[in-house]
Ligand binder design. Structure first.
Ligand code: C5P
Length: 349
């Protein structure tokens, strides 16, 4: 009775992609923009609980503090919140993550979404005029550094970024956590090197930051600084850039083939952030429902199947991973594009 072609019935591979997207995947692999050197094993068949624990223990989903960055970054890092996001937000019970997919149009999921204790949305996805389908509550908005920097987003003025917790991410090179010896830390590093002690994580972290803060993907420092000065009371966090590659490694290990060597989409990062904070996370239209469409976004008439299946992002593989963790029913996926995930606290200890 269902149009099975529309459903995410099994683990998707590049063979399920249209030719154009297969080519795009290959070309990103040959470019390898972030100099990814994957050293693990692909196609690991972790069971869902093991996978949950990997996500808990291997992805450090915390936010930057000024002390993580070198003094030379102070002109903007002094505006970072003093506390980590988890210290401020605490624990929440049931959260919703709303993808921006075109298949949310006509879904009438608004009420259900708003009934959650907290709702996370992405980038410029609006609620105004779409309340019936996507709800009106926004607790968190996860944005990429393009949103902050691109003039057409009007980041400083646009109301849709106000009255909520903002979290931004920007990709760093893959090996940015392999420390580079920098002048200011030379003596410390050589001490650890000579004594053959492992480099403490806070030092290696500050070295990482030194490299990334000099060359982020988008130059977000100035707009970040301006936004914080204009809205000092609004929480506005920046994710640690290695987080993206820690998550990417797990997606790669759990995939049957080599995936795009580019950061995971905002979708996966947002889901994992909520799994860190909430006891239960309901995700809407990340795994597509029967409303699946080539329409990219519910809020604008732009059509490209890459939005659902990934071109730059390893999106089919991200979706495979969260499909594996789904505690909900198939019917919920078919009708609502809904996946129910348990929070990472379910992995003990
Ligand atoms: O494009 P943008 O990153 O703002 O969209 C938010 C997230 O929603 C994406 O990162 C992706 O994970 C998800 N999405 C999707 N299918 C679409 C559009 C977006 O899964 N058609």
């Amino acid at each position: 009775k269902h149009n099975r072609a529309k459903l995410w019935e099994k683990e998707m591979t590049s063979n399920d992609l249209i030719q154009r997207l297969q080519k795009v995947r290959k070309s990103y692999q040959s470019m390898n923009t972030y100099k990814v050197k994957f050293q693990g094993t692909i196609n690991q068949q972790h069971n869902p609980h093991e996978l949950l624990c990997q996500l808990k223990h291997r992805v450090n989903l915390t936010t930057l503090k000024s002390s993580d960055l070198p003094d030379s970054a102070r002109f903007w890092s002094q505006y970072l919140p003093n506390k980590d996001i988890h210290e401020v937000v605490g624990k929440l019970r049931q959260c919703a993550v709303v993808s921006s997919a075109g298949s949310l149009k006509g879904s009438r999921l608004g009420q259900e979404i708003d009934s959650h204790d907290a709702v996370l949305r992405f980038n410029a996805a609006p609620t105004k005029e779409f309340e019936i389908d996507v709800g009106s509550k926004t607790t968190f908005r996860l944005i990429n550094s393009q949103v902050v920097t691109r003039v057409d987003h009007h980041f400083l003025e646009n109301r849709i970024y106000k009255d909520m917790i903002l979290i931004m991410w920007d990709p760093a090179p893959y090996d940015a956590d392999i420390y580079q010896i920098m002048n200011r830390s030379l003596s410390l590093c050589s001490f650890y090197h000579k004594s053959q002690l492992p480099l403490p994580s806070n030092i290696s972290l500050s070295l990482t930051r030194t490299r990334w803060y000099k060359k982020p993907e988008f130059k977000f420092f100035e707009p970040y600084r301006k936004y914080r000065i204009a809205n000092p009371k609004q929480p506005f966090y920046i994710l640690k850039p290695q987080t993206l590659w820690q998550l990417w490694n797990i997606i790669q290990e759990n995939s049957p083939e080599l995936i795009q060597p580019n950061p995971p989409s905002s979708g996966s990062i947002g889901i994992l952030l909520m799994m860190n904070i909430c006891d239960e996370v309901n995700v809407y239209e990340f795994l597509p429902s029967l409303r699946r469409t080539d329409r990219c976004y519910y809020f604008k008439p732009y059509f490209d199947s890459a939005c659902t299946f990934g071109a730059y992002h390893p999106l089919i593989y991200e979706k495979n991973v969260f499909k594996k963790l789904n505690l909900g029913t198939k019917e919920d996926v078919y009708k609502k594009g809904k996946v129910t995930l348990s929070g990472l606290r379910q992995c003990l200890p």
